[in-house]
Design a protein around this ligand. Structure first.
Ligand SMILES: [Zn+2]
Ligand SMILES: [Zn+2]
Length: 86
């Protein structure tokens, strides 16, 4: 079956950490393992497939969302939305 991540052998899910991510080489890994691959990569703009070593450039939005997630983990207080004064 190709419905499980080859790295962590967990089944893919339609949402959350186990979303299926398709690489350029047509291998698939889950989002969680993709994030781990990216963290270990020297060049964060692309990940190296653990199965065939082919590199896949990551879309900008994905890098951004990961950076935002990282920021929230670091405990940076996000600027609160200005409250309209009556
Ligand atoms: Zn995985
Ligand atoms: Zn591959």
């Amino acid at each position: 079956s190709t419905d499980e991540c080859p790295i962590c052998t967990e089944l893919y899910e339609s949402q959350g950490d186990r979303l299926r991510a398709l690489l350029h080489c047509h291998h698939t890994v889950c989002q969680r393992c993709l994030a781990a691959l990216q963290q270990r990569a020297t060049d964060r703009s692309r990940v190296c497939c653990p199965l065939c070593r082919q590199k896949t450039p990551l879309p900008q939005w994905e890098i951004r969302s990961m950076q935002e997630e990282l920021m929230s983990h670091m405990g940076t207080s996000s600027p609160s939305t200005p409250q309209p004064t009556p």
